[in-house]
Design a protein around this ligand. Structure first.
Ligand code: FES
Length: 143
């Protein structure tokens, strides 16, 4: 049986690390994410474009969407829905600013579950880890 585990409230960066109108790449539990900041708040999407894998964190943010930097396919920031193309959408994740720190909730990667197909009933679950791309390790946790 497969269960979906959520990693709730992983701190990914400081709010000030993401300028308004831009995105930043982070990795949470092995999942590459793009964190965006707009006048409406923060958004989190998968960082991998469904067209040919472009880095969506490096895309241009406008009109509540991000445009992939490689071939300009657009995705809605709030939902990850594909806008004006047939390549499919990307996953969107709950994200919030808690007093200047940005937290994201993500499902645990299926590959991690596949690595441990018969979990030990007494084993502890792995600690979530957030690593900003090219940056220092954040110190926060969900408390
Ligand atoms: S890789 Fe994103 S539009 Fe082509």
């Amino acid at each position: 049986m497969t269960e979906t585990l959520l990693i709730e409230g992983v701190r990914v960066c400081e709010a000030d690390d993401v300028p308004v109108g831009e995105g930043r790449a982070v990795t949470v539990a092995g999942r590459p994410l793009a964190i965006y900041r707009t006048d409406e708040g923060f958004f989190a999407l998968d960082n991998t474009c469904t067209h040919m894998g472009g880095p969506l964190a490096d895309g241009l943010v406008a009109d509540e969407t991000v445009a992939c930097p490689l071939h300009d396919r657009r995705f809605e920031l709030a939902t990850g829905r594909a806008v004006g193309h047939e390549c499919g959408g990307v996953a969107a994740y709950p994200v919030e600013d808690r007093d200047g720190d940005v937290f994201v909730t993500v499902p645990l990667l299926e590959s991690l579950a596949a690595d441990n197909p018969e979990p030990d009933a007494g084993a502890e679950e792995p600690e979530p880890e957030a690593v900003p791309a090219g940056g220092e390790s954040p110190a926060g946790n969900t408390g």
